[in-house]
Design a protein around this ligand. Structure first.
Ligand code: FAD
Length: 494
């Protein structure tokens, strides 16, 4: 284990994408091998020194930032194994937790396979993606990180470790799970509260008869250190066809999306069946308008779609998409199409440019970003967007919304330029979170709760839910040192 204490060196661990300032630690411990971690954790546990696991620190909720104690970094544990083919539809790859998501994707692609989860930020470490159950634009067809994690090797703060394979350990009807570690059996009892059955990254996974691996995925660095993962791969598409459509009314954009979803639900060959359906509101488009003259002046909303192509049916698919686009009253001459992977890469840069621009503003203002991550059940999206509109109008603060409309999951970003505005945006966010919950949704569908969103999670699970979480965490991290203040307020551990 390399121990770093010099502030100038360790300050790199004190900033992530949340805009939160003031993170600090006594030292950073950089693991040189997996074997370094059990003795380190047992020592920290004995001395009661809090440990925060840092991935690549691209997180949005300050969950990888430490406030005292030690930082544990797995940046050197970044090996990526070879692709192992199982049959013509599946393969797998074993990776260490510090491996960069882009490198995993590249290695898989070089052999004709795809690691489908596609969060916009590819510099994240896979350990961070697993801890936050990250997802991205292609979730509409391919789902989230959880869907591609077949196995994990995890280390607990008592120094024990476990290999957890999907399908091996399940919760019984009381929520109890027994599993093997290298030091004997462990028993845990899942916390009790209600979580909606939609895309969700808020709170510990506690669905009935949960698979243990799903409980560790999304646990935001609070239960164990992931050191290794076995990931599922699927055949990579041969080509991709996509488009960005600019609408002069938001309703037209919604109608288009509903039409596409209606066709795509049948998942038919030679038919409209996108892997991503992304939304951009007027302010999001105007923010990058100078970089992209293709965006028309009277724009009110934009939709980006990408369809994966596996056979020689490009022309048929193009025809089908043109039909849907034209039937939505859009002139196809004004649509920005991409007809191969190279052109489609431009779309990804376009998509990435929005959070990048937002982050530039946030960094300049030195006030944390307030960005929603809600998802609502089918049919409820326009209700919550209208609600947000009213809130934004009343507050008069700079805002923009973009995100995964295919899954009714949007990021409304409100940018404060001083502390007073920040307080106002937090209050507004709380009302939006409340509305999402009232509509049967979640306050976080992909970024997790971290240290910043406790009050929003409370709207879903209540104080009783937090108490359940604390009891559950303590039963695994007996020393109570890992990822403190992530997911629920640390006061509940006292
Ligand atoms: C421009 C931009 C775009 C983004 N787009 C997306 C997006 O589309 N979808 C999305 O989901 N997120 C997105 N994010 C957020 C971020 O990339 C994800 O949350 C990512 O999963 C964080 O990974 P990380 O390695 O940076 O983890 P960190 O930020 O370092 O840590 C996040 C959490 O993971 C825990 N952790 C890290 N490694 C381990 C480990 N080995 N074992 C146990 N716990 C661990 C940490 O303790 C912490 O709780 C974006 C961020 C940026 C900057």
């Amino acid at each position: 284990m390399i121990i770093k204490k010099d502030f100038d060196i360790i300050q790199n661990y004190f900033e992530d994408n949340s805009g939160v300032i003031g993170a600090h630690a006594e030292f950073a411990a950089v693991a040189e091998s997996e074997e370094d971690i059990p003795p380190f954790l047992t020592e920290m546990a004995e001395k009661k020194i809090p440990v925060t696991i840092a991935g690549a620190l691209t997180g949005n909720t300050a969950s990888g930032l430490s406030f005292g104690g030690a930082v544990l970094s797995l940046e050197r544990l970044n090996a990526i194994g070879n692709v192992r083919i199982i049959d013509d539809k599946t393969a797998e790859i074993t990776v260490q937790a510090g491996a960069r998501v882009q490198d995993i994707k590249d290695k898989s692609y070089a052999e004709g396979w795809m690691y489908p989860p596609d969060p916009t930020e590819k510099n994240a470490a896979i350990g961070g993606n697993i801890a936050t159950n990250a997802s991205g634009g292609r979730g509409f067809k391919f789902g989230v990180t959880r869907d591609y994690v077949k196995g994990l090797k995890v280390i607990f703060t008592d120094g024990s470790s476990a290999r957890v394979e999907r399908g091996k350990y399940f919760a019984d009807n009381e929520g109890k799970i027994y599993f093997d570690t290298d030091r004997g059996k462990k028993e845990i009892i899942l916390p009790k509260y209600y979580l909606p059955s939609i895309k969700n990254a808020a709170g510990y996974y506690n669905y009935p008869n949960a698979d243990l691996i799903d409980v560790f995925i999304g646990s935001d660095g609070t239960l164990c250190v992931t050191v290794e993962a076995v990931l599922k791969l699927i055949p990579h598409f041969k080509e991709v066809f996509g488009g960005i459509i600019f609408f002069d009314s938001r309703q037209k954009a919604y109608d288009f999306v509903n039409k596409v979803k209606d066709i795509a639900k049948n998942r038919q060959k030679d038919s409209v069946d996108p892997m991503s359906l992304e939304y951009f509101d007027k302010n999001a488009l105007l923010l990058i308008g100078n970089d992209y003259p293709v965006i028309p002046e009277n724009v009110e909303a934009g939709i980006m779609f990408e369809q994966d192509i596996y056979e020689d049916n490009f022309d048929i698919l193009m025809e089908k998409w043109v039909e849907v686009i034209e039937s939505s009253g859009v002139d196809t001459e004004k649509v920005w199409f991409a007809s191969n992977m190279k052109e489609q890469e431009e779309f990804r840069i376009f998509r990435h440019r929005i959070p990048e621009r937002v982050n530039e503003k946030v960094k300049k203002n030195k006030i944390p970003k307030v960005g929603t991550d809600f998802a609502v059940p089918e049919g409820k999206l326009s209700e919550i967007v209208d609600f947000c509109d009213k809130e934004f109008e009343a507050a008069g603060l700079f805002n923009l919304t973009f995100g995964h409309i295919g899954e009714n999951h949007l990021h409304a970003n409100i940018i404060a330029s001083n502390q007073e505005e920040y307080k106002k945006t937090r209050d507004m966010y709380a009302r939006i979170a409340q509305k999402a919950v009232e509509l049967g949704g979640t306050v976080s569908a992909e970024h997790g709760i971290g240290k910043l969103k406790h009050i929003f999670l409370e709207k879903m699970v209540g104080k009783e839910g937090f108490a359940e979480m604390a009891k559950f965490k303590k039963s695994i991290d007996n020393a109570n040192i890992l990822g403190l203040d992530n997911i629920f307020p640390k006061q509940y551990l006292e």
